[in-house]
Design a protein around this ligand. Structure first.
Ligand SMILES: Cc1cc2nc3c(=O)[nH]c(=O)nc-3n(C[C@H](O)[C@H](O)[C@H](O)COP(=O)(O)OP(=O)(O)OC[C@H]3O[C@@H](n4cnc5c(N)ncnc54)[C@H](O)[C@@H]3O)c2cc1C
Length: 393
């Protein structure tokens, strides 16, 4: 097996394999090092993927990638009030990531990338101050691979990116801790359903993402600094809703931790790029990161190809990736983070009041970062909320 490449990608999730495909299509010799023995397995995800991402990224999601198609979202207030929302951000898919991630890996392999599952990247290789490659344990045997460009697509762990000096550490306040069951026998509609409330999920939410008529991902995420136990809360949530889960049983247990904070401050350095969840490119409201990861992988590959053509892998040359990504996503994600900071200050009673004032059209506006109208209306009826909501007005 060759040991010299144009780029080495650490992590074979959606960010890493999307980068690898596009870079390989452009003529780069790319190696993807993935510690798991199969791409996409085990799954740590609710698997929701919007129609908007499907179109923007030209993913052509097909039945082979799927659990099920979604007709919209249903959002529940603590008192049970339900608002249904149908737009290109809420219609879409609940993927079968075991198939979807494998599809992305197959596409990268077909484009010419070398995939190395069951291989753990353990450290950087340096010549002086310059990073020239990576050490990896492949099936227990240490190997050295060389490349002028290392791409961290490591997800939440980001050990190699940290070793390279990137600030990928997490404050527990900026993560959600999640537990999820895949259940069969669930009574569900083809809607992404989200339940809010401090008793249900402190600083988070419960979800039901249907993968078929009687089959769904059922999960809970809680703020990492709340000290709440997501497994207990999930069991309580299921027990409190016999109308949905009375006849259901668990077929798979999943879970994990996901960033709901801001993206890292710097995403490139000489010969190094950080992409996807490793760069905290995740939506702070719902913890969705599949689309953002693929998008970052594709943008990073575009700029890596420029570096490949010019032979210049300096920070200045690679930083075009970060600039382009921030231009597309930073403002939107910043508004969502601001909204998260407001939502987490609401009591359940406040939340119920907000929902009473909210129509489906308002949620559309809020999702697109236009909070002023709704926030002003809410404050008019409950002035005590001015202190919390004024940042949105
Ligand atoms: C419980 C939960 C529910 C979620 N639900 C949704 C959802 O419904 N919709 C959505 O869009 N997003 C969701 N997300 C977020 C989504 O899963 C991630 O944002 C997405 O997978 C990010 O892709 P990535 O390629 O950046 O990282 P990952 O998919 O995390 O891939 C990183 C890969 O790197 C590998 N790796 C790490 N370190 C090393 C190493 N040293 N050597 C070799 N390999 C390494 C890992 O094994 C992994 O395969 C959820 C996350 C969690 C935890």
């Amino acid at each position: 097996m060759r040991t010299d490449f144009d780029a080495i990608v650490v992590g074979g999730g959606p960010a890493g394999t999307s980068f690898a495909r596009k870079a390989a299509e452009g003529g780069m010799n790319v190696l993807v090092i993935e510690k798991k023995k199969d791409f996409g397995v085990p799954v740590r995800c609710g698997e929701g993927f919007s129609e908007r991402w499907n179109q923007v990224l030209e993913m052509n999601v097909s039945d082979a990638d799927l659990g099920a198609r979604m007709k919209g979202a249903a959002v529940f207030a603590p008192n049970g009030k339900k608002i249904v929302l149908v737009n290109d951000q809420t219609t879409g898919y609940v993927l079968e990531r075991k198939m979807f991630d494998k599809r992305l890996a197959l596409e990268a392999g077909r484009a010419g990338a070398t995939l190395l599952p069951k291989s753990l990247a353990i450290g950087l290789v340096k010549e002086g101050n310059k990073t020239t490659g990576l050490r990896a344990l492949h099936e227990g045997v240490e190997k050295v691979f060389k490349a002028p460009l290392i791409v961290s697509a490591e997800g939440m762990e980001a050990k190699i990116a940290r070793e390279a000096g990137f600030d990928c550490k997490y404050d527990p306040y900026d993560v959600d801790a999640c537990v999820e069951y895949e259940m069969v026998g669930v009574k569900c509609e083809p809607l992404i359903a989200l339940w809010f409330g401090n008793e249900i999920a402190p600083r988070g939410y419960a979800w039901v993402f249907p993968k078929g008529v009687d089959y769904a991902n059922v999960g809970i995420g809680v703020g990492g600094s709340t000290g709440a136990d997501p497994k207990k809360l999930l069991d309580d949530f299921i027990g409190n809703h016999p109308e949905f889960f009375g006849d259901a049983t668990v077929v798979e247990v999943k879970g994990g931790v996901i960033s709901v904070g801001a993206p890292i401050k710097k995403m490139t350095s000489d010969g190094f790029m950080v992409i996807g969840t490793a760069a905290h490119q995740v939506d702070p409201i719902h913890g969705g990161g599949i689309g953002l990861a693929i998008e970052a992988g594709l943008i990073a590959a575009k700029h890596a190809l420029k570096a490949f053509e010019s032979g210049d892998y300096s920070d200045a040359a690679l930083s075009g990736y970060e600039k382009e990504w921030r231009g597309l996503e930073e403002e939107k994600l910043g508004k969502r983070l601001k909204l998260r900071h407001v939502i987490e200050k609401l009591s359940d009673d406040d939340f119920n009041h907000v929902f009473n004032e909210t129509r489906s059209k308002d949620l559309d506006e809020v999702l697109n970062g236009h909070f002023q109208g709704l926030a002003a209306r809410i404050v008019l009826k409950r002035p005590s909320l001015l202190k919390v909501l004024k940042v949105l007005i």
